[in-house]
Design a protein around this ligand. Structure first.
Ligand code: TYD
Length: 208
């Protein structure tokens, strides 16, 4: 049987890394057979593409090139890691996926949701998530939490105004992509972790 595919989304500083770490501990304790990977990256070629995309010196990269590079990294990861793991019946957890492209390149960069969905139609090979967890925290609060942006990262250099557009992009996506489930992150990291686990049980990703 095909394994389940779960992706995580959120703005910069939404606590995704912390939540993925806490989730991994719970999955380990429950003996779940899973892989955890990330975008852009997660494979040798895709990590090379990641370096080009995020390099703070590449300020001359046009938005279309950026969108295509994310899609290129995506298909490499899908073919090399995600599909084989799903076919082996494993649970696949991915830190960011196509919804990041729709929110960042489609909405915040202004390329449009349709354009980015079209680029990605062949990049994701019908490999759609069963569940997309959206860590729902507005970017002003998230930036506050992580004490500002990393100056060497081209995407983080974009500042609060850009990240507000990313957030409203995600909110708009929820109307068209029913797999996106927002998770309340206003409590402690442990409370958020419990909210995520509850969602996993509710959606049949893990047994309760
Ligand atoms: P990363 O350091 O992994 O950020 P985070 O910890 O916030 O996930 O860098 C990934 C950056 O790339 C992040 O700013 C979001 C952005 N991104 C896009 O703009 N489009 C995409 O399709 C993906 C996957 C990521």
């Amino acid at each position: 049987m095909r394994g389940k595919f779960v992706t995580f989304e959120g703005c910069e500083g939404s606590g995704k890394s912390t939540q993925l770490k806490l989730l991994a501990e719970k999955l380990d304790a429950a003996g779940v057979d899973y892989i955890l990977t990330r975008e852009p990256g997660g494979s040798r070629i895709a990590e090379r593409i990641r370096e080009i995309i995020l390099d703070g010196k590449n300020t001359d990269m046009c938005d279309e090139c950026e969108a295509l590079l994310y899609a290129a990294a995506r298909i490499q990861l899908v073919k090399e890691k995600i599909l084989p793991a799903l076919q082996a019946g494993k649970l696949v957890i991915c830190d960011r996926y196509v919804h990041s492209s729709l929110a960042y390149q489609g909405h915040a960069r202004g390329l449009g949701e349709e354009y980015v969905a079209e680029i990605n139609r062949f990049a994701i090979e019908n490999c759609r998530p069963d569940l997309t967890v959206f860590l729902n925290i507005p970017p002003d609060r998230a930036f506050e939490r992580k004490h500002g942006a990393d100056r060497d990262d081209r995407m983080e250099q974009l500042g609060l105004e850009f990240h507000k557009k990313v957030y409203s992009g995600y909110c708009a996506l929820m109307a068209n992509y029913p797999e996106i489930c927002p998770v309340d992150c206003s409590g402690s990291k442990y409370q958020t972790n419990a909210n995520i686990w509850q969602l996993f049980v509710q959606k049949g990703i893990v047994r309760g």
